[in-house]
Design a protein around this ligand. Structure first.
Ligand code: 4AD
Ligand code: MG
Length: 477
């Protein structure tokens, strides 16, 4: 007989048909009712055990966490809370679970505690919901780009360039680091290393993506990226997943339109395909926020918030306009920011970004045309000589979700800017070739996948939306 997943069974009309189910015990009550879960849904399947005709030996081994295979008949449920249940005929214990030692108890565990037991964390309602939502968001992203005719490109994980020019890279080497070969002048001799040069884990696939866009027109990457920035916050990971579309013949407006359309599409997809999980997460957040003082609670429930983002246009403002808003805000005048906003040109701190989206506009905001000095070398320079065609999309509760720009397609301007910023043009001559042979206006952006999952699930710490988080001083499992 073929095993049926619980999600399917719960939708099946009961006609005393014989079924085979497999899963893990959530609870076992009164020696009679097993709540069985197989991860296909947060809802458990009730298994009714005929304890008079089941051996004591088996009954003892039906413990929380044990894995079971059950053959029985699907019947309409007598009890409340479910429409169907399985009346067990044969129970096989596939894997025992010592009840005394099982770390999850039928009570509320802290998210911090659950992070330490990665294997069982997946078996909780909260993380079951989060990872099913994450899965559908990833699928929806591929679906969105596929429907638009974008080509999915896999850019390298090991590279020899620093795409962002920020120097936040993890080095990749085969050397005995205590004793690396040296050159005559005493420097580490990377010529003798595995790749014959210094290499690192990628911080972004953008530069390679641009090469592909100069042939396919529209491409996207979706892969892991690595940042050795020592930011121990609830929004930074050392290893995170990024979606980076790159489009030939797009300007910044086209770029913003695409980003906004994509975000709405994937949120809608999750709402349609993870309705139960999002309902659960919405309730979880609501309960969590009850602990907070009234003025710190969200005005909207999670589902409402997602609907709001899908239905409303993102606000588009320039950096210069944003600085004026911040400078004139009561918050600034009353010195409530840690970093006061006085002059044009300063980088925005997350407190400023959050003020703009949460207090001022109360919706997602796209900030454009940042000062060139706080942005990467590849962004297209505006005629004012001061700003570049950058865009950041800011979300409530998250801050920066997307970073992107129109690219500088003019070789001379790009080379000059690279020299000003001490970016080695020699090492990036393969990149500059795109500007030598058939350059064209183009644009792209990077969406931090975990930040998207954070927003959609209503979680507050980025460590809770990735299965195995990597952060400063922490690399478990
Ligand atoms: O703004 P960033 O650094 O932009 C780039 O890497 C560009 N090359 C993207 C492009 O234009 N193709 O990063 C893009 C996004 C950020 O907006 C943020 O959502 C996410 O990546 N991100 C992080 N997410 C988690 N942990 C970190 N340490 C992150 N750093 C950036
Ligand atoms: Mg950025």
């Amino acid at each position: 007989m073929k095993r049926v997943k619980i999600k399917e069974l719960l939708k099946t009309s009961p006609q005393n048909q014989e079924v085979l189910v497999k899963g893990w015990v959530r609870t076992f009550r009164n020696n009679q009712f097993i709540a069985l879960n197989d991860g296909s849904t947060n809802n458990n399947l009730q298994i009714v055990v005929d304890f008079n005709n089941t051996s004591e030996e088996i009954l003892k081994r039906i413990t929380t966490g044990a894995s079971l295979s059950i053959t029985g008949t699907l019947i309409a449920s007598q009890g409340k809370g479910q429409t169907v249940e399985v009346s067990a005929k044969k129970i096989e214990i596939l894997g025992d679970s010592d009840a005394e030692k099982f770390p999850l108890q039928p009570k509320k565990h802290s998210l911090e505690f659950l992070r330490e037991i990665a294997h069982l964390r997946f078996r909780t309602n909260t993380f079951g919901a989060i990872f099913r939502v994450r899965n559908n968001l990833a699928f929806a992203i591929h679906k969105f780009f596929n429907e638009k005719g974008f080509v999915y490109i896999n850019t390298p994980i090991i590279t020899s360039s620093d795409a962002e020019g920020a120097g936040e890279m993890f080095h990749v080497t085969n050397f005995d680091i205590a004793n690396p070969p040296k050159t005559e002048t005493g420097e580490v001799d990377y010529k003798q290393d595995f790749f014959g040069k210094a290499t690192n884990l990628t911080v972004s696939g953008q530069l390679e993506g641009e090469l592909a866009a100069m042939a396919f027109s529209d491409i996207y990457t979706f892969g892991p990226t690595f940042r050795a920035e020592n930011s121990n916050t609830a929004r930074h990971l050392a290893e995170f997943w990024m979606i980076e579309p790159e489009m030939a013949f797009y300007d910044l407006n086209d770029n913003m339109d695409l980003a906004e359309e994509m975000m709405k599409y994937v949120m809608k997809y999750a709402m349609e395909h993870n309705a139960e999980d999002l309902e659960f997460l919405s309730q979880r957040l609501f309960e969590e926020e009850k602990q907070k003082p009234q003025n710190e609670r969200s005005e909207m429930r999670l589902i409402e918030k997602l609907n709001f983002c899908i239905e409303n246009n993102f606000e588009r403002v320039t950096y210069t306009e944003a600085i004026d808003i911040l400078r004139e805000s009561n918050h600034n005048k009353k010195k409530k920011f840690n970093y006061l906003v006085n002059e044009w040109g300063v980088d925005l701190q997350s407190e400023h970004e959050r003020y703009l989206v949460e207090k001022h506009f109360k919706k997602p905001v796209i900030l454009t045309d940042y000062p060139k000095n706080i942005k990467a070398f590849y962004m297209r320079q505006n005629d004012d000589g001061k700003t570049v065609r950058a865009m950041d999309i800011l979300f409530p509760g998250i801050g920066e979700m997307v970073g992107g720009s129109q690219r500088e397609e003019r070789l001379d301007k790009l080379e000059t800017r690279m020299k000003e910023m001490n970016i080695p043009t020699q090492d990036l001559s393969w990149y500059l070739d795109t500007r030598r042979f058939g350059t064209c206006p183009h644009a792209g952006f990077g969406l931090g996948f975990e930040r998207l999952v954070l927003f959609v699930t209503g979680m507050t710490n980025i460590r809770d939306v990735i299965a195995f988080p990597r952060t400063p001083k922490s690399c478990e499992f």
